[in-house]
Structures are given as C-alpha cells and as structure tokens.
Ligand binder design. Structure first.
Ligand SMILES: C[S@@+](CC[C@H](N)C(=O)[O-])C[C@H]1O[C@@H](n2cnc3c(N)ncnc32)[C@H](O)[C@@H]1O
Length: 284
C-alpha cells in the first residue's frame, strides 16, 4: 500500500462510500499477519480469536449439538490459526481450513504436523478460491459473514452450498444488526503506541466510524501515522448489517433449509458475546 501524507487525511472524503476505501484490515499482509497471530493466541483478550475456554465451549456445541457427536468431513472458512479446526480434528473429524493470513496458516500447519491431526490447510482468499466438495459441515464464524460485500457473501454461501453433501450443515456466527449499527455509530477515537498491531514502530492511529442508514453498513476507517516520518497508511473496513429475516432470506435463496438461530455459538445466551448470534442451516 502506498503511503499517504497528512494532507490526504485533511482532504479525505467526509463520509466514505462503504467498501470503497478498503475492504478489511490487512490480515493477509505477511508482517501484519505475524503481529496478528500473537493477538489470536493471547489469553488476555478475545479480539482476534476467543480465549481457549470459550473456544472449548463452542467446539463442544458444534460437535455435540449441531453434528450430534458424529465425526465428519468439515470445512473451516477464515479458520485463522486453526484453533477450532485442531480441536475438531482431535474429536475425530477430518477438517480443511482456508484463510488468507500467511502466519495463521503456517501456525495451523505446524500444529497439524506436531500433533499428527487429520487437518489440512490452504492459504487462499475465500472470495476467489474453490473449496472442494463432500463436506458434512462448513464453518464461517466470529463475525466474518458481515465483512464481505453483499454480492461476495452471497457467492461464498453459494460455494459453501455446492461444497456440502446433501444434508450437510452450514454453521455461521454473524453479528446482530444492532452490533453493526453500534460499530457504525461509535465515536471517533485515536491512540498512540510505541509498537502494536498496526505498526512495529512508534505511531498514531486515528479511527473514524460511520453508519450508512440507507445501505445498513458500518465503515471503520483507520489512518496509521508513522510518528517518525509522518507517512500515513489508510485501512478501511465495512460491515453489512442483517436482520434475522435478512439472514434467513439470503440463506434460503442460496438453497439452505431448516435455518435455526441460536443466541450464541454455545447454544445459550452469552453476555460476553452478545454482539454475535449463531445460525445453522441444512443443504436441502
Ligand atoms: C476474527 S478472525 C477469526 C479466525 C477464526 N475463525 C477464529 O475464530 O479463531 C478472522 C479471520 O478471517 C480471515 N479472513 C478475512 N477475510 C478473508 C478472506 N477474504 N479470505 C480468507 N480469510 C479471510 C482473517 O485472515 C482471519 O484469520
């Protein structure tokens, strides 16, 4: 990404068009992905992946309640460092994970080798890659459903449908409508850091949030200012809000039936994860 200047901040669009200034934080940049891997693995917070205790509860719900304890062939889209996939493999599933973060995929592959698990991983963008087929279930969790443009998520859900066996299940964990609206209406903020996720050098991060009432999208725009050079890097990310009826409509139009909603990926209300819900759907 080409550095911008402080003048570019001054001359920015007052209100960005959703997805026009970027579609996500740079999970797929090699150095960023190494820094992000630490955030996935830390037990201090739940920002990139949930802490182990919570993942164990989610995996128990997926394995026991959704998949009725039957080992199967699973697909984990946007799998990160394979924290769910490796646990599911230990329960007897074979699992294929896809993610475009190089450091996360390398970590997941190392775990597979050292723990001798029945899991494979692919470093790829789930918008453009093929998924294979013959899966009993597919996961797309931790809010990633909402970060894709509506046309892209529709295409992803159609590809999931094609990759599943008849009777196969989609397990997804999107944001609630209210959570996305809340992100969009969050006030402008800034912080400084000697080193952090956005840069290994002293820097300033300026963050603006926007809610687009017409398109029902939140956009978050970060300007990362290098404190030494004044160079600026811009990252932007948009999230699409859906009501439960809109989730149901999209999944139905992509060929899914028996759509069930849960308050969280544990199957029960989880006040720590109130911004997310879980949905399961069956390929007819
Ligand atoms: C919030 S993390 C969740 C990771 C994992 N599912 C978990 O819960 O531990 C989101 C993941 O989505 C991945 N991701 C985002 N957009 C992607 C894309 N277009 N293709 C592949 N991976 C993507 C990121 O690299 C990151 O690993």
């Amino acid at each position: 990404m080409n550095p911008e200047t402080l003048l570019d901040i001054l001359h920015r669009n007052a209100i960005p068009i959703p997805w026009s200034e970027g579609d996500n934080i740079p999970w797929n940049e090699p150095e960023f992905s190494k820094r992000m891997l630490k955030e996935h693995l830390t037990q201090d917070h739940d920002l990139a992946s949930r802490r182990s205790e919570k993942i164990d509860l989610h995996v128990q719900f997926i394995h026991q309640d959704v998949l009725t304890g039957q080992p199967g062939h699973l697909l984990d889209l946007a799998c990160g460092p394979g924290l769910y996939a490796s646990r599911l493999a230990k329960l007897g599933h074979t699992i294929h994970g896809i993610d475009y973060s190089p450091a996360s995929i390398a970590y997941a592959q190392k775990t597979t080798r050292t723990e001798n698990l029945a899991s494979t991983y692919q470093h790829a963008d789930i918008r453009t890659t093929e998924y294979g087929d013959g899966y009993d279930a597919a996961l797309l969790i931790y809010g990633e459903f909402n970060v894709f443009k509506p046309a892209d998520i529709r295409q992803i859900v159609r590809k999931i449908h094609a990759a599943l066996k008849p009777g196969g299940k989609l397990i997804t964990e999107p944001h609630t409508f209210e959570a996305i609206e809340g992100i969009g209406k969050h006030s402008t903020s800034w912080f400084t850091s000697e080193e952090g996720l956005f840069s290994p050098k002293p820097h300033l991060v300026l963050t603006e949030n926007f809610w687009d009432e017409t398109q029902k999208t939140a956009t978050i725009r970060h300007f990362v200012v290098d404190a030494t050079t004044g160079n600026v890097i811009r990252y932007a990310q948009s999230l699409q809000a859906y009501t439960p009826a809109a989730y149901r409509k999209l999944l139905t139009e992509c060929g899914f039936r028996e759509i069930q909603f849960y308050p969280a990926l544990t199957g029960n209300p989880d006040p720590e994860q109130a911004s997310l819900l879980a949905i399961t759907a069956v390929k007819a």
